[in-house]
Design a protein around this ligand. Structure first.
Ligand code: NAD
Ligand code: DAU
Length: 340
């Protein structure tokens, strides 16, 4: 099969390319990526020589470029990871989130419709919004996104479903929870806290740190997507997580223990505006497909932290480059005015 993996140089996309290639070496994968700040070609450093994997730099929102890429590659399936993905960036500069996550997804759907290509979309538990205690989101729950990022992802999900209902396009959607693992850009909490511990810098915990997240190993997300691609039903949505949550302070504690960090590095700083307190998903539908996560969130966070300790070659150039400006903007005032 010929698969176009959009956003394949990002965190989950690159893990997926390696995962899929290892299990399905007969398939050809075209990595189509705009190469934003979050992308790294070195995420796939070991695979670029392989003739089953090729790369094309391009924007999913550019219809003619997407159509040309699909025609030249004879694409049979698009797996769409490409997105702007960081909630804090969406609060500071939201419009690009609409350009890529909404319009970009729409362009991919149009090309898929025109050329008869199967479409799999990577979505997120954030589309369900903040989840009250005890409840776990099911795939039928209403979409109640609360950040510009989450709203753009929810809009994309609805376009994907509309293309199935209206045009009969064979689509599937997976909604993932907070992924952790190798090659995650250090703007996200687990790689940020891990690399900060390794640099001896403070850990900026938003608010009281009691927000709950389902930290899922990226490999479990990849195997979940694989299960849906192999056994999922067209038009269906699937929640991919562990079904277990922990607070951000518990996550920080695991990172500190794993890296022998000092808890005195923790700083409670000004909260993220509109911060969702809790995400939690019911994963029964995935279990019914025969899929189950291999990692508990504690193990996933610990393994991720260890990866950053063992792979300074990957993150040190990022932390010393343009990332520093972002870090200053996002954290200087917060850390200066931190609460105990
Ligand atoms: P990431 O930010 O690490 O990577 C995103 C990739 O998309 C980058 O390689 C970037 O260059 C590319 N990209 C961005 N705009 C593009 C455009 N216009 N055209 C082509 N490529 C473009 O993101 P990630 O964490 O790997 O997330 C991948 C997908 O999974 C996203 O759709 C995200 O919403 C979803 N998701 C992420 C998580 C998570 O915890 N990280 C959880 C659930 C779902
Ligand atoms: O839930 C899935 C989503 O997980 C994905 O759709 C997003 O693409 C991905 O970025 C992630 O979103 P979150 O906002 O949950 O992840 P983030 O790593 O930014 O933050 C995790 C938690 O940690 C969240 O409650 C906010 C908190 N946090 C984050 C940062 C960056 C802090 O306390 N301090 C920080 O500096």
């Amino acid at each position: 099969m010929k698969i176009m993996v959009t956003g394949g140089c990002g965190f989950i996309g690159s893990n997926f390319v390696r995962y899929w290639h290892t299990r399905h070496p007969e398939d050809h994968l075209l990595v189509y990526d705009k190469m934003t700040y979050a992308a790294r070609k070195e995420n796939l450093h070991d695979l670029w020589e392989n003739e089953q994997i090729s790369f094309l730099q391009g924007d999913i929102a550019e219809m003619s470029a997407v159509r040309r890429a699909c025609l030249e590659h004879q694409t049979e399936l698009i797996v769409n990871f490409a997105a702007e993905t960081h909630v804090d960036q969406s609060i500071a500069g939201p419009l690009v989130f609409t350009d890529t996550n909404v319009r970009g997804t729409h362009v991919l759907l149009e090309v898929a419709r025109e050329l008869g290509i199967r479409f799999h979309h990577i979505s997120t538990d954030e589309v369900y919004g903040h989840i009250e205690d005890q409840h776990q989101s099911t795939e039928e729950d209403p979409l109640l996104p609360r950040s510009p990022y989450a709203a753009s992802k929810a809009a994309a999900d609805q376009l994907v479903q509309a293309y199935h209902i209206t045009y009969g396009l064979p689509v599937t959607i997976t909604r993932g929870s907070n992924n952790v693992g190798p090659f995650q850009y250090p703007e996200k909490a687990v790689p940020l806290f891990s690399t900060n511990v390794l640099l001896g810098e403070p850990l900026p915990v938003y608010g009281d740190g009691l927000q709950m997240r389902d930290y899922t190993h990226v490999i479990d997300h990849c195997s979940g997507i694989e299960a849906v691609l192999l056994r999922g039903q067209p038009g269906e949505v699937y929640n991919v997580g562990t079904g277990e949550e922990m607070t951000n302070l518990e996550m920080v504690d695991i990172v500190l223990q794993e890296l022998n960090g000092n808890p005195s590095l923790i700083r409670h700083v000004q909260d993220r505006p509109g911060h969702d307190r809790r995400y939690s998903m019911n994963i029964s539908k995935m279990r019914n497909l025969g899929w189950t996560p291999a990692f508990h969130p504690r193990q996933a966070v610990a393994e991720a932290a260890r990866w950053y300790a063992e792979n300074r070659w990957w993150w040190e150039p990022i932390r010393s480059g343009a990332f520093r400006e972002y870090y200053e903007r996002q954290y200087r005032d917060r850390l200066a005015g931190h609460t105990a």
